[in-house]
Design a protein around this ligand. Sequence first.
Ligand code: CO
Length: 210
Amino acid sequence: MQSYEKLLLENKAWAKEQNQIDPDFFKRLAAQQAPEFLWIGCSDSRVPADKITGTDPGEIFVHRNIANLVVNTDINLLSVLQYAVEVLKVRHVIVCGHYGCGGVKAAMGNHHFGIINHWLKEIKDVYRFHRAEVDALATEEQRADLLVELNVREQVFNLAKTSIIQKAWKEDNLPHLHGWAYGLKDGIIKPVCEMAARSRIDHLYEYDNL
Ligand code: CO
């Protein structure tokens, strides 16, 4: 059997089991989704949003990219964010990075990996903002781990700066923003930072006609 054929076989078994546990499961989910969370995570195959949070289909709206970045020219991210916030009305947006992130490590080095370096430039900027704090740590691993957390903080801040979040905060007093970091070594998520709805940020990013 080909490896991909096993996926289809596993899928059939999963659907059958799900039907046995909850006969209305697919009927209910096919009718609508009402997730409470938007998850912005790393594409890394070791960090599956639903599995590590014990959530079921229908509970988390997911966007993943390399190193969980919130780039305000990324039409993909912005579309997901707008839909999640304005249509699904999610209560929480979670940016979840992870220790041992290859994207973060690559951004700390000087090897050119091609087009991905354009993407990782965002993390180089985060490193530059916090250069002294990161470089003060003794080992490469400690520096990378701290940059993972600083990156998550920066991406949460990037979310707060978008007109989508600014508008939602004004109208609905939602969503709350969270920055988390997942440990590949122990499977534990560490909460890194939080921004309640209507948190004040630099006035520069606050629009008066939203
Ligand atoms: Co990663």
